[in-house]
Design a protein around this ligand. Sequence first.
Ligand SMILES: *Cc1c(COP(=O)(O)O)cnc(C)c1O
Length: 475
Amino acid sequence: MGFYVYPQSGVPSAAEGTVGSHVVSDPDPRRAIPSVQRVIEALDPQSARALRVTCARAAVAAARDAIEAGTSPSEAEVIADAAAALRGKRLALLGPVVNATGILLHTNLGRSPLSAELLEAMSAAAGYTNLEYQLDEGRRGSRHAHAGHLFAEAVGAQAGMVVNNNAAAVLLCLAALARDREVVVSRGELVEIGGGFRVPEIMAETRARLVEVGTTNRTRADDYRGALGAETALLLKVHASNYRMIGFVAETPIAELALLGPPVMVDAGSGLLDETTPWLDAPPDWLAGEPGVRQCLEAGARIVTFSGDKLLGGQQAGIIVGDRELVHRCASHPLARAVRADKLTLAGLQAVALAYLAGEPDLLGFWRLATEPMSALAARADALALGLAGAKVIETEAAAGGGSLPGRTIPSVGVAISVDDVDGVLAALRSERIVARAQDGAVVCDLRTVEAGDDQRLAAALARATGGDSSSAGT
Ligand SMILES: *Cc1c(COP(=O)(O)O)cnc(C)c1O
């Protein structure tokens, strides 16, 4: 006992018997305080040792303070105190959660899930890689030669590159292609995407000059034409990812803008590579109206940016594809260095690009979940609901989320459990790292976003949280 370093200097150890001039009555209550080592040993060995040490020290220190204040906590209380703190710290650590919200690209829950194959590709790149090295020539290469090149191939572009996220991609394109020059944008597309990404503000950061044209609801080719001048660097179209305008609206198609002269840049946002979804049997209804990167390019866009972790189904990244000359200017701009993607991101996205090129959507977590047949979801929901008191299987509306496809829902199946204390049950589930949702006075778990391998865990947690029985669930 007693090999630890006491965290606060100047505090006497338990063996000294007195605290300052105050003589502690016999039996010395500090004897009841366990050592830090003893508390560490009593905590869940599955948790990180660093956290156990911190929580044990804090609980022992608090117990000493309590004794000075005249109370005497027992050993069990000190351990319970440390265990509660440890639970809180563990819950706050970044780690897996079960997403039962039905929102596939939930930004707060890390957007697109990554498949095992993708992780394998990433882990294979953990050591040394030919990140910027040409093995055939034995000389320096480009980090855009792998994933960036493959994405260009997948969408029919001349060149491509990968950066940290789509916000960075837009920033880099504007800085590299339009600094101190003018960028013409429709007033209907001066959008805020969320998380502080506002088109006019990003543009101001790059020192590109924003030229607003048209009105909020209608912008015609003539509006753009009227704004053209010697200073025009780009015509920018921003996909209004997270909202939809209906009614008396008109936007100018890329094909018309492309006839005006200056290069057209498109911030496509969600990263649907191709509207015809050749990697699926047929395009799902809920994708209707979402622009494909390939189609933007075919219509005449010279440079297109999109996210890696939205409909593309990869990790956080931004992808730039387009004309060789324009992509090259982006890649050689000084900001490219500040927003460049690391080898793990590039390795994962290379696997994503290869999955698209091979037409293997199952390698892409998003598409696998988004296209799981209703019959399979219903069978899983039946099994889940079977052992839970008050549970019933319901049809639900899942959503792509992540600021894409607003107003469009993906048919899904869930389990609804009527409980008195909906918020309490949701909190109990969260304490087990499960995020469900409230709906009509019930706790609803939407299975569209739950990996089938998590069903049993979900059933057990639901049973605990609702006081029901899950004996037959998941069997
Ligand atoms: C999501 C989105 C962004 C931001 O992309 P991140 O990858 O989250 O940085 C920018 N523009 C549009 C149109 C988007 O949909």
